[in-house]
Design a binder for this molecule. Structure first.
Ligand code: F0G
Length: 468
């Protein structure tokens, strides 16, 4: 049987895309200050910037949009949304919001004090920025297998509980109100966390009386990996696995733009009634009444249906199959990637591919720009541009774990031939990779600089060999 992922759907509605001329692409990227966030989407052929809010809705979701109840309070879609989340995430209180970062903002505003530490397997950019914005200090504890070359350990998204316990011992529990577990681990390859690891983290949290918060943006993809790779779960349904995973957490924060299979949406879900009350107060100030939380009634319905569809076996087999297939094509073309591949994206190791560009000249950004130049493909840098710079609270220099380029695949959107095309573009770049140049930042904001900074290509001497 072919490894080609066959789409478990047929296409009922189309959206045209086109590849503009190379000269036009060169002009557009220069005008954008070599920042792909500043490009107009119409100038992109295959958009792998993110899997967040970019997927296709199903026919059931489209049909349900017409059933949106836009009442200010107590609309019917809210009850479906609430009931679905209570069931899948096993929590007593559900608070809707319009996307994940608002859930982070509201939650951290309530639970963090100045100088608190927030451990995580690896913070994603908005989570890190929201922790820092509330005066907290984000600390990452990725597992050691993530750095082991050649390791095919399937759960490289795990949190390192041993290192974490040492840290708790050194810091003291009073400075650690919560621990966040991100699964799959977006900043570190989109790789999953095992059930055993979640259980171990739960015991650690119980031992020290620390709240366990689950970033559930990609919970269904994580559950699928547990079914496929963790002994003892092969005969469980993905939903049963999700129940068990989610049940370990005291609180869940979710961007429903990922495994909610929706274009907008998010929520907080907690068991503690007093905490829910405080979150609700702030929610009303920031987002809206607690039965819509910044969302349309039709969005609430889309999320309720999407959360259920994301647990479907055929859907997940295709989704995870697409990522591993693109990963295999890129490896065959000579690109080093984080392997095994994870749940929502292929992560190319640009640091390894372009050793002649030092991290301070952003090898990942160089590859991102070249993918656009060569083929109108948009990926995103996840390296020193996204995670480097200076901590605005402490003034300390920040460093990225690796120099990566993420090619995130929107859900139910692109076909196998689109992905084959992306691999062909990347293969062309590999042939002439020594010619790629580095970039330097011209201007930059304090937080999340990669979204809005402008850059220029650094020609000549600053682009030295790593050994020089
Ligand atoms: N948590 C994780 C793990 C995420 O990946 C994201 C967003 C968020 C929280 C914030 O959610 O966008 O709804 O506010 N990640 C997107 C990405 C943007 O491209 O990976 P949001």
């Amino acid at each position: 049987m072919s490894k080609r992922p066959i789409e478990p759907f047929r296409i009922k509605v189309t959206e045209p895309i086109s590849l503009i001329e190379p000269k036009e692409r060169e002009k557009r990227i220069a005008e954008a200050g070599y920042n792909i966030f500043q490009l107009a989407a119409k100038d992109i052929f295959i958009d792998l910037l993110t899997d967040s809010g970019t997927g296709a809705l199903s026919q059931n979701q489209m049909a349900a949009l017409m059933t949106g109840d836009e009442s200010y309070a107590g609309g019917r879609n809210w009850y479906h949304f609430e009931e679905t989340i209570k069931d899948i995430f096993q929590k007593k209180h559900v608070l809707p919001c319009h996307q994940g970062r608002v859930a982070e903002n509201i939650f951290f505003s309530i639970v963090l004090k100045q100088g608190d530490y927030v451990p995580n397997n690896t913070h994603f950019d908005t989570t890190r920025a929201n922790v820092m914005h509330k005066g907290g200090i984000p600390v990452d504890f990725p597992c050691k297998q993530l750095k082991e070359e050649g390791s095919e350990f399937p759960f490289k998204g795990n949190i390192d509980c041993e290192k974490l316990e040492e840290f708790i011992g050194k810091t003291g529990v009073s400075k650690i109100p919560l621990i966040v577990l991100t699964s799959t681990n977006n900043s570190a390859g989109g790789l999953p966390v095992s059930m055993a690891n979640i259980a171990e983290l739960r015991s650690l949290c119980d031992k020290y009386g620390i709240m366990l918060v689950y970033d559930a943006a990609r919970f269904a993809e994580n559950a699928y990996f547990i079914k496929k790779h963790e002994p003892g779960y092969e005969n469980s349904s993905v939903k049963e696995i999700a129940h068990k995973m989610n049940g370990y957490a005291d609180a869940v924060l979710m961007s429903a733009k990922k495994d909610g299979l929706s274009n907008m949406g998010g929520f907080m879900a907690v068991n503690d009634e007093a905490l829910a009350g405080k979150l609700k107060e702030l929610l009303i100030i920031i987002e809206g009444f607690p039965t819509y939380g910044g969302l349309n009634g039709r969005d609430l319905e889309s999320v309720a249906i999407g959360l259920k569809e994301s647990l479907n076996d055929d859907y997940l087999t295709h989704r995870i199959g697409q990522i591993s297939w693109l990963g295999d094509l890129l490896r065959q073309a000579g690109l080093p990637i984080i392997y095994p591949t994870g749940g929502h994206a292929v992560f190319i190791d640009a640091g390894k591919l372009l050793p002649h560009i030092k991290p301070e000249f952003f090898p990942g950004q160089s590859l991102v720009v070249e993918l656009y130049r060569q083929g109108g493909v948009r990926g995103v840098e996840i390296g020193s541009l996204m995670f480097g710079g200076v901590d605005p609270n402490t003034g300390q220099k920040l460093t990225a774990l690796k120099e990566l380029v993420r090619l995130a695949i929107p859900r139910r959107m692109y076909t196998a031939s689109h992905l084959e095309y992306v691999a062909e573009v990347a293969a062309e770049i590999v042939k002439d990779k020594e010619k790629l140049k580095g970039y330097e930042i011209l201007d930059s904001p304090t937080y999340l600089r990669h979204f809005t900074c402008t850059m220029r290509e650094v020609a000549g001497s600053p682009v030295k060999l790593a050994s020089s």
